[in-house]
Write a protein that binds this ligand. Sequence first.
Ligand code: URA
Length: 272
Amino acid sequence: MQENLDWHAARAALEWQIELGATECIGDAPSDSYAVPAEAPWKTRASPAPRRSAARPAAQAAAPPPDPAADPVAVARAAASAAADLDALRAAMAAFEHCELKKGARNLVFSDGQPAARLMIVGEAPGREEDRQGKPFVGRAGQLLDRMFAAIGMGRDTPDPARALYITNMLPWNPPGNRDPSAQELAMMRPFVERHIELADPQVLVLMGRISTGALLDTREGITRLRGQWRTLMGRPCLPMLHPAYLLRTPAAKRHAWADLLSLQARMRELP
Ligand code: URA
């Protein structure tokens, strides 16, 4: 493979192949297709623009490589704790070079909703649509999330802090192929999430799904056991819930989500 091939262009080219219907790599030996002369037909034919590189923020292109000897968790902790407000935290995350996911992402997905909301939701990681739009929970699962919270009178566009939502994720970058975040990725981004919670200072937290629940509560217990059980995280009540993407796959579990929403609504009403 061409050594100086841009990561984004390579990924976009692979995604393009998948959209064309390629399902597997064939051939016993790798073939260097980049050895084709510059006037090769594919160079002159109008080809689709690499989808990700087109929108890549300039800050990502210009970033210096990270110090390979540095401990990513310690770097993240120092950067996060130095952030005095949410804008500074976003900038610190954008400048963090230790997470490989950043290279493949179009956008840093920081948050959506009202930072003054009493309720903050922590999801898993952006999907493709979130990566495209730069906002958390805007794909199919996000639309279900909006409907779920609308059913108890809450929403991300509601200015009233008592009914507003503030939404973020464990990871701000879309993992390739929507795979699960790795333990290392979660560990290095956790200081940013914790600082995010400190700065937004919600009264109540919802951990949306098994990934954020496992990572922030330091547990391997399954989400189907933990959902609906109030816990304390960073000094505030916190409710693990089933992820809307799981509910889309498992509609029968929606009754549990409804029970948890009612529990949340009751808790929110008790707040001073
Ligand atoms: N799933 C998540 O956990 N977060 C998103 O932003 C989108 C889907």
